[in-house]
Each structure stands twice: as C-alpha cells, then as structure tokens.
Ligand binder design. Structure first.
Ligand SMILES: *Cc1c(COP(=O)(O)O)cnc(C)c1O
Length: 408
C-alpha cells in the first residue's frame, strides 16, 4: 500500500477545511484539526480480514486508517497489540459480575506508555514533511515517547517539563536523546516557551492536539480494542483524561469503524476520569458547559492527567455527552489505594492514572452510574514502574533470621 486515504483536514470546531499536503498546527479558529478519510474507498479496497491478516507490528496494521503515505516513513520501535487483562481478585469485593472488568494494558508499548501511539504518528508525519527538529511540553510520558521516536528517525528533539516531573521520566527522556529542560512552571508555561521558540529556533511543536496527527495514533486504541473484542465494543470505557487525545481519538475510531460497516454494535459510554487535584473537565461537565476553565494550583501524583487546561475540551465534553457517559474525579488517596490493591491482589502494577480508572469504576458502581453486569474497559496508560513506589521497610539480620518478628 502506498498513498493514503486521507480526504481532507478540517477544523474540529468550525468544520473549515485546511490544506492537507502541508504541515498544520491549529486551525485558523485556533482549534484542533481533525483528519478525515475516504471511508468509502477504504471499504471498497480493504476488509476486516485484510486487517486481521496484516503482518505490520502493532497498530501499524491499521495503516489504511492512518495518514502516513509511504511505508518507509513509518517510524517504529516494535509496537505491540496491548493485551486485555481481566481483573480477578481485586474485584471480588465489588458488586460486579465476574469477568466484566478488563484492563487494556498500554504499559507494554515502547517507552512504557500509550504516548508511543501518538508520537509514533506525529514523528512519522514529521518525517514525511521533512522536519529535522521537534519539540514538546510534557508532564513526562509524551516527552520520553517523542525523544525515542525522534532519535529513531534521526531527528533532534527538545523537551520541556515542569521541574517537578518524576525524575525517572526526565532521565529516560534524556537517555533517549531528548534535549531535556526543567521549567519552573506547569505544562502550560512549558507550552508557551515552545510556542515562542518555534519562530526563534525553528523547531516543529508536537504539543497535544496542536498538530493533527497524534490523535490519529491514539485513535488506534479504539481500532485495536474493537478488533480484540471480535469487532465489538464494551458497554463502558473508563479513560484517565488529561488533554483528552485518547478519549477523542477512540470516539473518532468508533465512528470510522461504524461508517465502514466494520462494527455494528452500540457505542460505549465514555467516562473521563480525573484527579480531584486537577479536574477541569469534570467541572465543565458538571456545569454543563463545553469549554473548561483553567484549573488553578493543579496537583496530583497522576502526572499524566495534571493538565489544567485542554485545548480539545469541547471535543471531550461532546464525546462524553454523545456517548451518554460522564466525568468523575478521584482523590489521590483512592488512586494510590487502588494501585496498591490491584498490584497486591492481581499482580498488575498500574500507573496512578490507570489506577484512577479502577477507583472511578468502584465509585461509579456505588453511585449507580454503571451496572454490575456492564462490560467495562479500564485503560492502564503507562507502566507503574515510572512512578514513586512504596519503600521496603522490613529487614533481616542474617545472624538472627527466624526470630519472633520476621516472616509473620
Ligand atoms: C498523557 C497521559 C494521560 C492522558 O492522556 P490524554 O489522552 O492526553 O488525555 C493519561 N495517562 C498517562 C500515563 C499519560 O501519560
């Protein structure tokens, strides 16, 4: 396959069309740009079976529904189809039916987070356009994914993180070749510097939803999920929402699949999960408005969802509304308790963002927002190894091993 099925690019807010053969950032209205495909042509030329039989790694099997025109421009680090893992023991005390709570474990992707999906696409498109220097403001995982894929593509990357970003993230970014800086501010402050540097220093910014292609990568979570479930969808998806790319992307995926006739089921309820320390989307949802206010003093251990202002807020809210879903905020204490419980009881080390979706599921059950028989997918968006973990405190004296205290 060469060429692409991209039919046009358009502003997600006004619908205004923008040129598809040149690099784009935001639309003239200052809103995200979405990629549209000639789904009729895809349907005529490609079947679900072709996709199922594809030998391309991971999400590259969905290449016909992606914007990269030449296979040699695909930048790849061995992407995999991320597994679906049914929670068994940690759901026993909940009132849900056995087998209905399933984690899609995105931690298995290159760089240990689902940010690999979006950045693989952004970097591949940057390669198509001939860029040699990319930049990004990040709370951690997007930066390491950009650094890795840019290095792979032989491009330079400049990465700006808030100075309280977990050290492991900034260190991995640096080690994967990213020119990495700590900024005494939040992600929005990093974004401003990136924006100004664009003119001065000539890099191309791949900030969340400020270029059209990261969302196409995140969209593959929805395509992959549908295929894994036998071209079916769950009843509810709990998604840890920061900038919202994944939630918006999956919603887009489901529509494309439906229009292609590849799925014929009900769409899931989309649930945006945030931390009570940074919950602008939850507030906007509760207030019944489409644009979220800036969240002051954003603070949560779930760094990936510490996003005080999301440029795609209206798209997140629309997807929640259209899907009959909702938005819910979880305390950090409950997030960490959920992480520890799932690790201890099911042997799965979730990141705080992923653990937040489990805590949100628990609360939603209690509140009657989901039913015990609903098939639920929780997204574990990164490996728990990137985050601070509890320290071991118990010790053994090798000369006095089996005393009263030990091995209780
Ligand atoms: C970036 C990130 C999120 C939020 O993703 P969006 O799709 O931008 O909302 C969630 N979890 C982790 C671990 C992340 O790195």
């Amino acid at each position: 396959m060469t060429a692409t099925y991209v039919s046009k690019l358009e502003c997600a807010y006004t619908g205004e069309e923008v040129e598809k053969n040149i690099p784009q950032t935001l639309s003239p209205a200052g809103k995200p740009i979405l990629v549209k495909y000639d789904l009729e042509a895809i349907g005529n030329n490609i079947s679900r079976l072709d996709i199922e039989n594809s030998e391309d790694p991971g999400f590259w099997r969905y290449a016909p529904l992606l914007p990269v025109s030449k296979a040699e421009n695909r930048v790849s680090l061995g992407e995999v189809i991320t597994p679906l893992i049914t929670l068994k023991n940690s759901v026993k005390d909940l009132d849900s039916l056995p087998g209905v709570v399933v984690v899609k474990d995105e931690s298995r992707l290159p760089t240990g987070s689902f940010k690999a999906r979006g950045l693989a696409l952004a970097v591949s498109m940057a390669k198509e356009f001939g860029f040699d220097h990319l930049s990004i403001p990040t709370n951690g995982n997007a930066g390491s994914a950009l650094a890795a894929y840019a290095a792979r593509a032989g491009m330079k990357s400049t990465i700006l993180c808030p100075d309280d970003t977990p050290e492991i993230n900034t260190s991995e970014t640096l080690t994967q070749g990213g020119d990495t800086y700590l900024v005494n501010g939040l992600i929005g402050d990093c974004g401003k510097i990136i924006g100004e540097g664009k003119e001065k220093l000539g890099w191309f910014a791949v900030s969340t939803l400020k270029e059209p292609y990261r969302i196409e990568g995140k969209k593959t979570m929805g395509l992959e999920l549908a295929e894994q479930l036998g071209w079916n969808l769950p009843d509810v998806i709990f998604y840890p929402t920061g900038g919202g790319t994944g939630l918006i992307g999956m919603w887009k995926a489901f529509h494309e699949l439906k229009e292609l006739g590849w799925i014929d089921c009900k769409f899931p309820k989309m649930v945006a999960v945030q931390s009570t320390g940074c919950a602008p989307i939850v507030k906007a949802w509760e207030d019944g408005v489409e644009h979220a206010e800036f969240w002051e003093n954003a603070d949560t251990e779930a760094a990936g969802i510490r996003v005080p202002s999301a440029i795609g807020d209206f798209l997140i809210i629309r997807a929640i509304k259209e899907s009959n879903g909702f938005a819910i905020a979880i305390d950090d204490e409950d997030i960490i308790a959920a992480r520890n419980k799932i690790g201890r009881e099911d042997g799965l080390l979730m990141c705080p963002e992923g653990a937040a979706t489990f805590a949100a599921y628990e609360q939603s059950l209690k509140l009657g927002l989901v039913k015990k028989e609903d098939n639920v997918i929780l997204f574990n968006t990164a490996t728990g190894l990137k985050y601070p973990l509890p320290k071991v405190t118990k010790t053994i004296d090798k000369n006095n091993k089996f005393n009263e205290e030990n091995f209780r």
